[in-house]
Design a protein around this ligand. Structure first.
Ligand code: SF4
Ligand code: ZN
Length: 312
């Protein structure tokens, strides 16, 4: 995996101490040494969790753990914050989609990390869920890889989280992912998804999902892992090339470089739109899937629709 060296801005010392800086962050402009970077990332994540009340006493948090950099950072940070919470436990869940030359290596890496951190680890596969792996499901429809994968992964994760007795599902979505999603939903003209508040679930039918890293930029996460020798150098999913996200990602990174603050502003715009959107006209009431009984908005849930179209 390619990893650019963090930009240090040429400063000789950390803004807060005499150590050499490892990264330059803006708004406000500051240069951070490894120790101050680690402290800042963990502190900002703790503030997001506290400010949005993402974790409550007695929670059991299922961390969606692919073994990639975002979920590794999430697991490391949550395991360090854990002692400050009352009776909260963690379980890491890895979904094996069944992608040749990719997933086996990431599962091995995931096992190593959970073992090192002493965190319970559960693996669940698409084969358990639907009777076939992703590679087999995608023959002749490779361009749909990420939407098929996304629907099944969501389901696999929630089945495994239920089984593990989880009260929350934590995902490693970072600031860049959030900004990319705003732009992608806008480009697709998908207003319902743009204004959906993913943290909230008024129906109580789903295990609530939380995104503790939503305020941390991708480059900050990479640097956080890098300075602790925790950065996972793993292969990239071979279906990434079909993902619209990839194009949006490089476009937004270039814009952020030229115009710092672009990503935060996009997220700010989404929040402003959410405030004014009349959800009653765009979201359908929750119903039950007529095949499996899972909560959904139409006649069939997305997984059953997918099963039907795949003849599974
Ligand atoms: Fe699944 Fe697409 Fe991610 Fe590959 S890139 S793991 S197919 S969502
Ligand atoms: Zn269903």
């Amino acid at each position: 995996m390619r990893q650019e060296k963090p930009e240090t801005g040429g400063a000789e010392r950390c803004t807060f101490c005499a150590e050499a800086p490892v990264i330059r962050l803006k708004e406000p402009d500051r240069h951070l040494c490894a120790a101050h970077l680690i402290a800042e990332i963990e502190d900002r994540t703790a503030r997001t969790i506290h400010g949005r009340e993402l974790v409550r006493p007695h929670d059991r948090i299922a961390v969606a753990f692919s073994g990639g950099k975002d979920s590794t950072a999430l697991l490391v940070i949550l395991s360090r914050l854990l002692p400050s919470w009352e009776d909260v436990s963690l379980v890491a869940i890895t979904v094996d989609e069944g992608i040749a030359n990719y997933r086996d290596e990431t599962i091995r890496a995931a096992e190593e990390v959970t073992k090192k951190l002493g965190i319970e680890h559960v693996c669940v596969s698409f084969t358990d869920l639907i009777g076939a792996d992703l590679d087999a499901l995608l023959v002749g429809r490779e361009t749909q890889a990420c939407s098929v994968c996304g629907i099944l992964r969501r389901k696999a994760l929630s089945v495994a989280a239920h089984k593990a007795g989880a009260t929350k599902i934590a995902t490693g979505h970072n600031l860049d992912d959030e900004a990319q999603s705003v732009l992608m939903n806008t480009l697709r003209g998908d207003l319902p998804r743009l204004v959906r508040i993913s943290d909230a679930d008024s129906s109580g039918c789903f295990i609530p999902r939380i995104k503790p890293l939503a305020d941390i930029a991708e480059k900050e996460i990479a640097a956080y892992l890098f300075v602790q020798d925790l950065f996972p150098f793993l292969p990239e999913c071979p279906y990434t090339r079909y993902a619209l996200r990839l194009e949006v990602r490089s476009m937004l990174s270039a814009m952020e470089q030229e115009h710092p603050g672009t990503m935060r502003n996009l997220i700010k715009s989404k929040r402003a739109i959410e405030k004014y959107a009349d959800r009653s006209g765009i979201s359908e009431p929750l119903r039950r899937c007529r095949t499996c009984g899972d909560p959904c908005s139409g006649e069939l849930c997305q997984v059953c629709m997918l099963r039907q179209s795949l003849g599974k």
